[in-house]
Design a binder for this molecule. Sequence first.
Ligand code: PMP
Length: 355
Amino acid sequence: MSEWEKNVRKVEPYTPGEQPDFTDMIKLNTNENPYPPSPGVIQALKETAADSLRLYPDPAASELVKALAGYHNVDPDQVFVGVGSDDVLAMSFLAFFNSKKPVLFPDITYSFYDVWAELFRIPYHRPRLDDNFRIRKTDYFQENGGIIFPNPNAPTGLEMDLKEIEEILVHNRDVVVIIDEAYVDFGASSALPLVSRFDNLLIVRTFSKSRCLAGLRIGYAIGSPGLIRYLNDVKYSFNSYTMSRTAIAAGAAAVRDQNYFEDTCAKIIDTREWAKQELRKLGFLFPDSRTNFIFATHPSCPAEQLFSELRKAHIFVRHFPQERIRDYLRITIGTRTQMEALFAFLQTYNRTIRQ
Ligand code: PMP
């Protein structure tokens, strides 16, 4: 190793799901929304005058912050926005997890958390999910330097009861607790009502799933004004202009188009519940998802093999090689037509492996 290399901050990066580019593909691998952004968003994109792009955007992204504050019925100083929730989460790790005690998150969860912890040299401990893939609240009653988990959890899709989240908060008044609600709009309960009672609770959300805007990169956090102030201090020490003019205008339009948002979520929930029945008929087993994906395993077809066969047919799902979950595939809920194509493939495949 050369001298300069010894001082490089070495990290093992997160591996995002692949973004293949086939015209005939069915893309069910990164939990994107299969529906287009709302008509208001398309309009806002057209109206963002190209000429205005020579000017810097509003560093506070006030239009988007105000739209979100109005939607969630909180004050604008309780809202922080960023370049996708990954950006919001990374800044939160940097701002709030600064203790010598370990930050806690589950052994099976969003696999970016340990990457940020390593990057920022934050000690962490990953309590094991129980055998049904549920988070055990008591694991989070031990001493720690902060807590983070998604609710519903990813990639299991399982929701934790709000009462249990409240108990975790009651046991952890001296650290910041982050609930990553990336998937909450698909039928789960939000911990937002607890924000007024716990000034150490931060809720993180994204526009990538329920608001059909993964390509624009918008995420946000809601918490007490104190938490948001600390997040802004980190942001302004890093990059004042994280949100582009386009993202601010289109994001605000997406929030205003509430009917479209509700209809889209309802369609996905409907397709998901139907997909559960179809998977069951084929012998798949899965935790009861409250998200826009299903985490499924089959007693007689190895996940990795099925993943490759699907891939050959240009049907993309996600497989994680991690221990305990390598027999599972995470299948994003697409349109009804896309899911029908998936099930047509699985039916044929099922017959072949039974022969
Ligand atoms: N949290 C969880 C649990 C996720 O699954 C994802 C999507 N990969 C994210 C956060 C980040 O989403 P985005 O950066 O697109 O907002």
